[in-house]
Design a protein around this ligand. Sequence first.
Ligand code: GLY
Length: 356
Amino acid sequence: MRELSVVGGGVIGLSVAWRASARGHRVTVYDPEPGRGASWLAGGMLAPVTEAWPGEEDVLTLGEVSLRRWPDFARDLAEEGVDPGLSPHGTLVAALDSADAGNLEMLAAYLTELGREVEQLTGREARRAEPGLAGSVRSGLLVPGDLAVDNRRLLRALEHACGRRGVEFRRETVTDLEGLGDVVLAAGAWTGRLHPALAEAVRPLKGEILRLRPRRGCLPSPTRTVRAMVEGRPIYLVPRDDGGLVLGATQYEAGFDETVTVRGVRELLEGAERVFPGITEYELVETAAGLRAASVDTMPFIGELGEGVFAATGHHRNGLLMAPVTADAAVAWLDGGPLPDEVAAAAPSRRSEERV
Ligand code: GLY
């Protein structure tokens, strides 16, 4: 049994803490507000395929490995006492104009070549699958393998599981690793401040996100995640079990600014209305902004940074998705074994020698 400090109590830090403590290690999590940050604001899509783009094959591969682990991860977590609420309904990507339709065809061809399961739909077929889609939707791409999770239930489940396994929580901001012993760095966008090797490799990437709820008489939320590009900007609508809808997300380089702006809210609402017009009558329940931990090349940093220091950060748009593989790798490191092959491409040492 070893002692481990985890800096950061978001989905990555909590997943590492839970899995490590379940193996018998003594774990302390440092975070002034565990269970908050970017994880609290996430849409909850577990969607490597629809987040994929040519040139990001390593991200897709790692995301798919992690996606396959999600059902067991969620089941184990539920057995600890709180079910994180995994939804198996897949994703529908909608194209609104001929340029989008062309991009979807390209994406479908690319994914098919990689052996991923996708189904191309006409506009009519897309509306049959999701009746609330706008009449202007020209075509669609159905990705049945994608999952989604209710991020806030997930955080509750992880905190509960950590508590049950004896994880200690210290509501402190760590600025110096001195005295922490073996440590996993999982402080999201702030991780770059904790270790010089990550200073330029991890940066904040702002995202605004909204929560909506259909009022009485409104068309219900879609049954699966719906995504689209609207004027070059990606939007997604992720339904929740309680009927609500998470609408995300803007993406800006804005340093550590976490202000919700009028422009961000307007862009999201206008974009969503173009895809799913019924939301106009929904209640706007929450507006929020958070900071993704963006990495220089969109791959996370999962691996040893130096004696006793393990990076688990830079997950970019994929923190929830990659929580299971990240936790497994951190536990393998803690156990003193070799890291699993799947995280080789996420090794911090992929950056040039002088920077990492
Ligand atoms: N994973 C979606 C986002 O970062 O907005």
